[in-house]
Structure formats: C-alpha cells, structure tokens
Design a protein around this ligand. Structure first.
Ligand code: ACM
Length: 497
C-alpha cells in the first residue's frame, strides 16, 4: 500500500499538503452523480450533488483526448476533463484516491495531469467456448472502464457456436448457437441484446469491436449452412488435444464440444461463401458504431497459403467497403493484398521469432497499425501457476509480475511506438464458465494491461516498475472488494484488507 494507490499510474502527479475531508462534502458538475456513487461504494458516505459544492467537475475542451487534470487541496477538489471520457477517468481516479485516515475518509492533497499513452486499450471476451449473458458483459464493462480501458472486443463466432443474431441468415442462431465447449449451454445475443451492449459500452466511453472469426474457426457455420464449410481436417494436433481434454472429434453438421483448433474452414473457392459474408458483415457493420470490425484470420491450419491470402485480401476489402477498418490476428500479415489500413493483432509470445515478427510488421507496413496481446503476459486465461484451478497453460504459467513485465515499444523487432495502436487483454473461455471464474482470472492481471496501455513507458515514469505496481495493486483491494470483484489474491502482493 502506498500513499497513492492509483492504477493505471497517472502521467504526472505532484503530492500536496494535507487532506480534503469527504464527510460533509458535496459535488457539482457533469458526472456528479457518478462520482457520488463511486465514493459511496468505497466509503459508505453519502455525498450529495449540490450547486455550492466543494468538489467541482467540469469539461473544458483543452488538452489531449481522454485527458484530465485533478487538483485536491484541503479546501476543495477540481477535476477538469478535456472531454467527457477524460472527466470520467478523473472521477475514477478520485475514487481510487479516497482513503481512511484516523477513522475519517479523505482525499490526499495532490495535483494530477493525466492522459493515455495509447488510444486503443482493450479487453476481449470469448463468448463462444462459454456464453455470458448481457448482465455479465455489462458488469465487465463497468469494471474495465474503471481501469481506463476503452475497447470491448467480443469474439462472437467459433467452432463451438455462433453468438450473434443475423436477420438475413436466420439459420445461424436457429441451428448453430445452442452448443458451447464440453456440452455447456450455448446462447446468442439478439439484435436488441447487442444494441444494449453497444449502448452501455458507449455510456462508459467504450467501443465494441465484434469479431467473426474467418476463414477457420467456422465449424458452427456448417450446422446452419453446410454448403459453406469444408469437411473437418483431423490434424495430429486436433487428435492430441481431443485425447487430452475430451469433447470428441469434430463431425461436420454436428455441434462441436471439444477445444481443438485448426480443423475447420470455410469453402473459400465457392461464391456463395462470399454472399454469406456480405450479409453477415453488412448487418454487423450497420449495428456497430465503432470504427473496427474483426474478421479473425488465426489458426487456419488446414488451408493452402495462397487460398488463405486470396481470402484475406477479399474479406478485408469487403470490410473496407462497408466503411470499417478490418482487424485480424497476426497470421493474416502473411497475406499480401490486405486492404490499406488493416489493423493486426499480435498474440505471440514476448520472446517472438522473426517469422512471427514479420507477420506482425506487415500491418504497419501496409499503413495500418498493431494491437498487442502477448499471450504469455496478457492472455488472461493462462493459469497463474500449477495450483490455478481454471485456465490453460499453452503459453506457460503467467503470474502477475510476468503480466506486467513487457513494454509495447520493445515487444517486436521493427515495431516502434508509432506502429502500435494499443494493447488488448483477451480472455478465452474454454475452461471458464462463470462470472466468478472470469473475475479470478482477469483480476488482478487486467490491471497490468491497463497500466501498460495507459501509463507512460517503462523507464519514463518513476512508478512504472513492479515494486510500485505491486504496492499500488495491494492498496486497491478494498476498492475491488467494494466493487464486488472476486479477484485472485496473488501471493507476493501485500494485499490490503
Ligand atoms: C488466438 O489465440 N488464436 C488468437
């Protein structure tokens, strides 16, 4: 626990003298009710919204997008956002500042000037291997926004199921949504559900990036439209994973219950496939206000490289034609002919070889940019250690210190700060079935991703080191408990009670 338990670390902080007492305080300005609620959650105090308040919130249109300035003195508090998102982030910083001194809740005197390092600060939820209802997704949004994350990537289709209603292709949800991994119940988001998630995200200054994973990870499409998919390819790796984890081998036209990858693909030399994709992508683009549409591209292990490249060129062109920026996992960087501006998502290891790095570099070279999701740092489904009950370990065990131990500008040879759009922490759900299991795997490691995405670079800020981060995380425990987050009390961190 340190004096300022702030995560992510603000860009600049100057401690002041004394404290501002919260008992008897009131708040005024945009987001006043939000701040009142946040402070009540932490302190139990009721802090009314009033005109003559000593906590004043405002938006002045000055400074970088999403930035804010915050001044606490013993006599008052001012938070000024460059925009509505910036002011909200300032509100969340104030909630993290609240502390009890000699039995009274106070804010320590301080001056903070804060702005994000990267524009894209995301987390991804796999809604396929296990399905999560709208209420759970909204709760994840609430919590992620409080760590200053601003993108929710929803993985909406995969071998085990199809999770989003497409009016022009009703067989998808009629036939391909009921299943999930290991026989768990499936489900899908109706158009109204998706609209509700998108609107809730927007209220939280968060953008939704929907993903339809193509051309692999498409076994479920074959339940609805068998003519569009190839026969499963039973690679040795598919048999090995099936022997180890169960779930059975994939059979065309039957729900797939296992967690092997690389066995499915669309028929890419077949025109009806593109008519199908035109329908799906157009509906999704129309319902997604954000600029990005993710079309997968990963682990297409059974397809010829030229066919893969031709497919990727065509599908990124389709997304571009719908006025959206395509995003694909880094394998797609091997395909020449990516639409200009296509964004890549790196999911390799922190120690990556040149073959992987070359694919990642293809995106900036094509005029796009990269989202960084190093699997042995911020794949939040990796087990912490051998004792972790849920999760996988194909990228190794990832303890909290390791999740923090990397920097975007140093991750991939030939990829510099300016090539990086941002950072995203995915959670794949092969082994995660409940909100409590998600909480335990996400928290605290999602905070590492948030700090790496928001705060100044390692080496450019006195707090950007493990000792400082661990101390600040430790101090957040009471806030996280008050927010109802069932986080993992990782050993090696002196969690506050
Ligand atoms: C991935 O983990 N297959 C992107």
């Amino acid at each position: 626990m340190s004096e300022f338990d702030l995560v992510p670390a603000p860009a600049r902080l100057e401690p002041g003298e004394g404290t501002f007492p919260l008992a008897g305080a009131a708040v005024h300005g945009p987001w006043a009710a939000l701040l009142s609620g946040e402070l009540q959650t932490v302190t139990g105090l009721s802090i009314p919204v009033a005109d003559d308040a000593r906590i004043v919130l405002s938006i002045d249109g000055e400074g970088a997008p999403e930035s804010y300035r915050l001044i606490v003195t013993p006599g008052g508090v001012q938070v000024t956002g460059a925009d509505r998102a910036g002011l909200r982030y300032g509100v969340f910083t104030l909630a993290q500042l609240a502390r009890r001194v000699d039995g009274a809740w106070v804010l320590p005197a301080v001056e903070i000037d804060d702005a994000p390092r990267f524009r894209y600060r995301g987390f991804m939820l796999d809604t396929v291997r296990h399905f999560f209802d709208v209420a759970t997704v909204k709760r994840l949004i609430d919590r992620a926004a409080r760590l200053k994350l601003n993108v929710l990537h929803l993985h909406l289709s995969d071998d085990q199921g199809w999770r989003i209603e497409i009016a022009s292709r009703p067989e998808l949800t009629a036939r391909a949504s009921a299943g999930a991994a290991f026989g768990a119940p499936g489900g899908f988001y109706t158009k109204a559900d998706y609209a509700e998630i998108v609107a809730y995200a927007a209220d939280n200054d968060m953008v939704v990036v929907p993903e339809i994973d193509l051309p692999g990870h498409t076994h479920a499409v074959g339940l609805a439209y068998p003519d569009l998919v190839e026969e499963p390819v039973l690679l040795d790796s598919v048999r090995e994973v099936t022997e180890r984890f169960g779930g059975g081998l994939p059979v065309k036209g039957e729900h797939y219950n296992g967690i092997a990858v690389g066995h499915s693909s669309l028929r890419v030399d077949h025109e009806p496939t593109y008519a199908f994709l035109a329908d799906v992508l157009a509906e999704l683009a129309a319902e997604t206000p954000g600029p990005w549409l993710h079309v997968g591209g990963d682990e297409c292990l059974s397809m010829d490289g030229d066919d893969f490249a031709a497919f990727i060129a065509r599908v990124t062109g389709m997304v571009d034609g719908l006025g959206k920026t395509p995003v694909l996992w880094h394998e797609a960087g091997a395909a020449p002919g990516l639409a200009a501006g296509t964004v890549g998502q790196f999911w390799g290891l922190r120690e990556n070889d040149d073959a992987v790095a070359a694919k990642a570099r293809a995106f900036p070279a094509g005029g796009g940019a990269l989202i960084l999701s190093p699997a042995d740092a911020i794949y939040l489904d990796m087990k912490y250690d051998a004792e972790t009950e849920t999760g996988l370990a194909w990228a190794g065990y990832v303890d909290v210190a390791q999740s923090y131990d990397w920097d975007p500008a140093e991750l991939i040879d030939g990829v510099a700060e300016a090539d990086v759009l941002g950072v995203e922490a995915p959670v794949w759900t092969e082994t995660l079935a409940t909100p409590a299991e998600l909480d335990r795997m996400l928290y605290p490691r999602i905070a590492s991703a948030a700090e790496i995405a928001w705060s100044p670079a390692r080496g450019a800020h006195p707090w950007r080191n493990w000792d400082s981060f661990a101390a600040r995380l430790a101090g957040l425990a009471p806030l996280w408990e008050a927010q109802g987050i069932g986080f993992h009390r990782a050993p090696g961190i002196a969690w506050a009670n």
